[in-house]
Design a protein around this ligand. Structure first.
Ligand code: ZN
Length: 132
């Protein structure tokens, strides 16, 4: 424990290359599903629309993999100021569905590969779709 702490403190702050959250323009949450969980995904979508329809842009209900997403999915576009409200609700109410959450900066590959947040289980993305 002492070693871990001392190692952290030995790295000078100037050597760290932290990214600035101010570069996050918005967030996406992608709700994943398949044929077996389609109805649950639709029910969750309706609940999201009823509760957050004014603050979340809900994308198409894709019953096939699109872009880097390995499962069927739909996208929720969330402004930064609504992130906590929406993501807190999703963490408690996603049921058996997995949700891939990522920021939108100017670097789509990094956003999807290195800055992913998962609710439920994680999945391997098709990063080739993003030039990865
Ligand atoms: Zn996205």
């Amino acid at each position: 424990m002492d070693n871990v702490g001392s190692n952290l403190y030995r790295i000078p702050a100037s050597a760290m290359n932290y990214l600035d959250p101010a570069d996050i323009r918005s967030w996406h949450a992608h709700v994943y599903f398949d044929a077996a969980t389609r109805d649950a995904a639709w029910t969750l979508r309706e609940a999201i629309e009823a509760r957050f329809g004014k603050i979340v842009q809900i994308g198409r209900f894709h019953e096939r993999p699109v872009g880097p997403h390995p499962m069927w999915s739909y996208q929720l576009a969330i402004a930064r100021e609504h992130f906590t409200t929406v993501v807190e609700w999703l963490t408690l109410n996603h049921g058996a569905l997995d949700v891939f959450v990522h920021p939108n900066t100017t670097d789509a590959l990094r956003d999807h590969r290195d800055a992913a947040v998962w609710i439920g289980h994680s999945h391997r993305l098709d990063l080739g779709a993003l030039g990865g």
